[in-house]
Structure formats: structure tokens, C-alpha cells
Design a protein around this ligand. Sequence first.
Ligand code: GDP
Ligand code: IMO
Ligand code: MG
Length: 428
Amino acid sequence: MNDQVKVLVGAQWGDEGKGRAVDVLAKDADVVVRFQGGANAGHTVIAGGKKHVFHILPSGMLYPGRTCVIGNGLVIDPDELEKEIAELDPKPEAIGVKLLISYAAHIVMPYHKKMDALAEAARGEGAIGTTGRGIGPCYVDKYNRAGIRAEDLVSPRTLEKKLRTVIDEKNPILEKVYGAPALNFEELYELAARWGRFIGPYLGDSSLEIDSAISSGKRILFEGAQGTLLDIDHGTYPFVTSSSCVSGGASVGGALGPGRFGRVIGVVKAYCTRVGEGPFPTEDFGEAGKRLRESGAEFGATTGRPRRCGWLDLVALNYAVKVNGMDTIALTKLDVLSGIGALKVCCAYELDGKEHTAFPSSATILMDAKPLYREMPSWDEDISRCRKFQDLPKEARDYVRFIEESTSVRVGMIGVGPGREDTILLDI
Ligand code: GDP
Ligand code: IMO
Ligand code: MG
């Protein structure tokens, strides 16, 4: 297997523990590249007893000497980024970490956040439950060729021209459709110019950087945000985010041809969670769901919202395996299942009275899917100190093996706690 270039993606609805898995993998990587999303992401790393939550920065920023890339596929909120960099401890310059921001990444403007909130309010009952970070409206502008790119922040003439066009287009919508206040050119221009002074020194060509790193034998790790079932094409549309969270997204948003990718790692939580609206067949509204939320501390790393909780869904996971070409699973939060009692795994759906094992990504169909569960023996032991697969209780080992057999994908790493060292490493 080509281990020089690895891609890591979320295999479920986000918050699978990508941050902690990247943290484990970054030990053996020279370059870590985020390739999509923005400050809607919240990737937690707990190292040396300290908690770090990454929103826009790659989760490799804590390792000395690494190059971290914010790829062209991202939408950057510069205020958030500035805050994130300021809060970093240790400081990147103190540990020789280089940050590179693709000149082609898009900028989340204040009006994108405003539009996000207004659109959500207008959706009423059909709201998506977005993170309110302006993600959808920013990607809309990107694909409408009306976006402000990182490079524009340091190019006063282009910035002025683009902002004037934006204002002409958006003010009638804000005022007439939403009854909201109009945008002011001077305010926006000043803000964007200030952002340019901050972002300018980090700007560069990520594709050249990655290409030359590969040529000199360096190891690259692509870090996905959100998850397969939140992908704009392959997720439970319209209850999705607005970018390509699957492994293919790494090629476009990370600027590297698909032939050069090696291992594809899917991060899989030992159960399922979802934040926001949309179908979630294995959601548990009873005691088990409550227990998973409490033991797993399932509250959003970005918005603090309680996460909806339920059982592992192998129908959805097998879909994620195919869509991503996943060859390795990083299984997280196995420790949370200790003492859960009756452990359930969804192996098929019932739809129209028939059994289905193929995942219908259509939200309309999925709303009616009834999960068919297999009950498995659980375990009561605290497994957080286990460091070898053999240390796990038999029932926990059987659960892992069952996931491998059901997906035909090897589990390469198991998380038994949130800390860097709470990891069973197999082959990743
Ligand atoms: P991400 O968005 O995929 O990076 O995941 P989040 O950081 O939003 O959410 C994962 C949460 O689970 C964080 O609070 C992590 O510290 C925590 N976590 C990750 N892996 C494990 C694990 O193996 N066991 C436990 N108990 N917590 C974990
Ligand atoms: P990480 O990277 C979980 C969800 C939101 C909402 C939908 C659209 O930490 O796993 P958006 O603001 O993107 O337009 O919201 O997607 N969502 C996430 N859920 N983890 C995330 O990121 C998410 N990013 C967005 O809750 O349902
Ligand atoms: Mg998260």
C-alpha cells in the first residue's frame, strides 16, 4: 500500500474523532492538508492533558516542524482563523510549524454569515440546522463565480471591483427579500484589507508545495472535515454541508491528482451521532441515546449543541466504504460502549416491508428506513487503559471483528479515550 499520501475522512455524520485520528497520524506525516469546509468544523485534539479545538487550521499544528496547508477547497473566516492562531499553544513559530494558505481558498464574508442565518430562518420547519458559519452562502458565491478569494484580500483593485459587484447584487436581496439592512462598501473594504494584511504572509500555491513535498519523499496527510453523510453529493441532501467531504474531495480541494493518493482512512465512531436536522435511522430516543450522549460527551465542538445519538449503522458505513474507496478504519470511542448493556448494530433497513442492505442516500427514502438490529454481547470493563488489541475484553474484540467482517475493511486504529495516548495502534 502507498503510505506516502494518505487521506482521512469522516465516515458518518461528522464528529467521528477526525481531529484525534489526525493527531495520531500526524506523528508520521510531514505535511497535513485540510481540503474542504471551514469553521463549521470542530476537530478536538487532547495532547499532554490539554484540549485544542481546530476549526480551520489542520490538526497537525501541534507537531514540531510540520507544514500545515489550508487548501483551495476551504472557505476561511479570517476572524476565526486569527483567533485560532492566537490561541495556539505551543506557538507555530516556536516549534517550526509552517502554515500555508492557498491563494485560491475562498473567504467567508460577514454577509455570508448574515445570509446563512436569514436563509435558515426563512426555511422554518425545513431548516437544516447549519452551524451558522456562513458556509453554504460562501460556497454558493464560489460556484457562482462571485466569491472573494484569499488572493483578492491582497489585491486592492480586484478587491474593490469585486466588492462593488457583490454589493450591487446582494443589497436588493438583503433589503427586498429579507428586509435586512444593506451592506456598506467602506466597512467591507476596510475589513477585507485588514484581513489581507494578516493573511498575506501565509499565502502561497498549495499545489506546488504538495507536489514538491511528494517529490522529495515527504509524507502527506489529507484531513477531511464533516463526514461522508454530510457530503454535498453523497450525503443525505439537503441535510448536508456545502462541500465534498469524501475522499475524492481531497483531490480537488487539496490540489493533487487522484492517481497519487494511497491509503484512504475512514474515521468511524463506535456508535453514531448527528448534529442538525435530517434522517438518522439508528437514532435512539431512549435511555441508550441519553447514555451515549453523557458518556461520550456528545456536545458540539463548534456550537455546543447536544448531538443526536444512536447505534452504529453498518448499512450507512458500507456505503461510506464504497463512496470513499476506504481501505482502513480508524475506530473511535469504543470505550464509550463499556457498560452500555444491550449493544445494538444496524445490519439492514426495512423499507416498504422489504429488507435492504443498500443505503438510500435520498433523504426522502431514508426518512422511512426502519433499522433492523443485531444484538451483540457487551462488556462492562473500563477499556481506557488497553493499549493492545489483546488487552480488550472478548466482547469488545468481537465487536471490532464484526465491523471488519461486515465491511471487509481492516480496523487500523482504535480509540479507547480522548487523549493522544488512549490509542490501540494496529496498522494505519
Ligand atoms: P471531529 O470533528 O471528527 O474531529 O470530532 P470532534 O472533535 O468534534 O468530536 C469527537 C469528540 O470525541 C472529542 O471531544 C474528542 O476528544 C472525543 N474523542 C475522540 N476519540 C475518542 C475516543 O476514542 N474515546 C473517547 N472517550 N473520546 C474520544
Ligand atoms: P466536523 O468537521 C458535525 C452539520 C451541521 C448541519 C449541516 C450543515 O467537526 O465533523 P453547515 O454549517 O456546514 O452549512 O451545516 O452540517 N455540520 C457538522 N456536523 N460535524 C461537523 O464538522 C459539521 N459541520 C457541519 O450541523 O446539520
Ligand atoms: Mg467536530
